[in-house]
Design a binder for this molecule. Sequence first.
Ligand SMILES: [Cu+2]
Length: 407
Amino acid sequence: MVVFFTVVSVVLAVLAIAQLIRVFEVTSRLKGGVSPLPSDSENKYQGSMMFLFMFAYFGFFAWLLAKYGDKVLPTSGSVHGDTLDTILAFNFWIIGIVFVITHIFLFYFAYKYTFNKDRKALYYTHSNKLEILWTSVPAVFLAVIVIYGLSAWIDITSDAPEGSMVVELYPKQFDWTARYSGSDTELGASNYNMIATNNPLGVITKTSIEQMSADLEAEIAELEEDLQTIPQGGLKYEETKERIAKRGRQLDRVRSFEGLDIASLESGNDDILKKNEFYLPKNKSVNFVFRSRDVIHSAYMPHFRAQMNCVPGMTTQFHFVPQYTTEEMREITGNDEFEYTLLCNKICGAAHYNMKMTIKVVEQEEFDAWLSEQETFAQSIAPEDEGGEGMASESGSNGLEISMIEQ
Ligand SMILES: [Cu+2]
């Protein structure tokens, strides 16, 4: 409201001043006094002022560069980031040089060509030379920028080198899960039909198939029991039947995963799932693969100059090599609390701002030690009590996440 009234008052004030000036002009013309055109001395004065302003203008520009120039981008945490930063600097140099030259002309010409009633403007309709010049020069520069940028981009987005570590980043509304491939360098197969509380990424292994089938069977049995007590033909009856059918279809899909080859069923067991924070080794190529559970998210790691969309129903990839550990980066930036961060860069819903993870870059040995301490997927889904309270006895023990699976 305050903003609205401020804007309205400013607009009204400008209109009032314009009207006043107009009244002043008309009355002075009626009196036959002041000429509507500026005098020669006024013109000269304005011209010199324009020229003087040029120094103030460039002075301010130089001051801005000196004071805030280092704020543009912090040191790149990844190897390819240096290439991107060089391209950016190259672009800034070209733009900067053109900016300085054109602005010198702008202010100098305003000074040199102030109005002179004895001078006649040159009538100049067309020049092929000029047309060729101002078309070809920018074209050459643009071609250089595009080819330079494109070749770097092709390099950066080429296939990850052999032996790269594989990390999956899996977003949902509203958090991230990172998954490491474990001791084999392959991520286990996954499917959204397998998603449960203890299996947020829907990893497919022999055990997770068993658990999921058991849970679905238990739920279907329960629903069928309910169905006996509901009067036939009503809305609730139809809905329950519909749910039974849906769970049945899901159960079929889950069971169909048993047909996967042994290797794919095995490779999920040693996968490691991490929330809130994950580690990366320094100087090692990391190939990130992205999926999404619900809407389009975007994995954004600004210090590594990396961003990739995470799209439901497909897999995207991006690889890079971290070149400084978090500790080293703290020294470089002079900030003791520096952390590499993964953010979501698509406005994906109400708690979008909450979607972040801390990335710790450490030396290889420290990374190996850290990774070996982490719980594997097989461990995380193993029933807590052996014997007594098994999975099957506890209905819905791996907690179907109905909202997701229902669609
Ligand atoms: Cu998001």
